[in-house]
Design a protein around this ligand. Structure first.
Ligand code: G1P
Length: 292
């Protein structure tokens, strides 16, 4: 029996420079889509996918993130006294159970691979997920949960995949699949942010990974790239030649790149349109904009 995937690493150490000046004092992960911070969306995806332990790789200035997941006695007492059970339960749902959440710092901005490696002692000897908070995915079934189900049959490592337009391949890790048919593809290789001419396909890695602890040994030996960053893509690429191999999961669902301003705005509008209390008025407003 394959060990269940119960732990997830959330690398959240980035400075969020694309959102300056806001990120001067607010961690990007706390910026809101409608009324919930960005981090809440990926955290909920993890929870509904069966993840029980949440590991955040943080950096200086991420205190608001730690407070967000903490018990908030003054606020909760206030809502209780005011007789506001709905808001009280919204607040209480954001508190993670004691011992299920851990924070580890990445002291130097040495890339995604290095951030993941920083959490090695908290993972131990079991498979784990990595979730990138920038990638918000709206889908009927949580994408990570679908990947975990596929992983439980196959083992190895797995990355979430989505097709992107060819002019965008240089923004992503791009995979080389053995075949291009089907939802679960065996991968021959992958390359981080290739030039369009060098991209092996238009299948991009989107921020969902399932890995096993052996990746930590690989990461320890992976050399930094020209920007001084240790890339997870390079470490996983070297696993494609091992058994049982590396798989890609081509997911269905609408994915927003909340690492960009446009993606963040699109996600906010799309999520607001799913709220019954906002939908009609927002639609009316959008129609009223003179977009010609
Ligand atoms: C990271 C990964 C890249 C992946 C992307 C998905 O890049 O390095 O392989 O395709 O996330 O969002 P970043 O967006 O952090 O530059």
């Amino acid at each position: 029996m394959m060990t269940k995937v119960k732990k997830a690493i959330f690398p959240v150490a980035g400075l969020g420079t694309r959102f300056l000046p806001a990120t001067k004092s607010i961690p990007k992960e706390i910026m809101t889509l409608v009324d919930r911070p960005l981090i809440q969306y990926t955290l909920d995806e993890a929870r509904t996918s069966g993840i029980e332990e949440f590991i955040f790789v943080t950096s200086r200035g991420k205190g608001a993130l730690e407070d967000y997941f903490d018990h908030s006695p003054i606020l909760e007492n206030h809502l209780r006294e005011k007789g506001n059970p709905d808001l009280l339960s919204i607040v209480q749902e954001t508190t993670l159970d004691s011992g299920t959440i851990a924070y580890v710092r990445q002291h130097y901005p040495k890339g995604l691979g290095h951030a993941i490696w920083c959490a090695r002692h908290l993972i131990g000897d079991e498979p784990f997920a990595v979730i990138l908070t920038d990638d918000v995915i709206i889908s009927e079934e949580p994408v990570l949960g679908q990947m975990i189900a596929a992983y439980e049959h196959l083992g190895g490592a797995m990355v979430g995949l989505s097709r992107v337009s060819w002019d965008k391949v240089s923004n992503y890790g791009i995979v080389e699949p053995e075949t291009s048919e089907g939802k679960v593809l065996r991968l021959k290789g992958m390359v981080e942010k290739p030039a369009r001419e060098q991209a092996p396909s238009d299948l991009a890695i989107i921020g969902r990974y399932i890995l096993t602890p052996r990746i930590f040994d690989v990461l320890a030996k992976t050399q930094p790239d020209t920007k001084g960053e240790i890339q997870i893509t390079e470490a996983i690429a070297s696993e494609t030649s091992t058994s049982p191999g590396v798989f890609g999961f081509v997911f269905e669902g609408q994915r927003f790149d909340c690492g960009s301003k446009l993606g963040f705005l699109q996600a906010g509008i799309s999520l607001a349109l799913e709220r019954p209390e906002l939908k009609d008025n927002l639609q009316e407003f959008l129609k009223s904009l003179d977009l010609t």
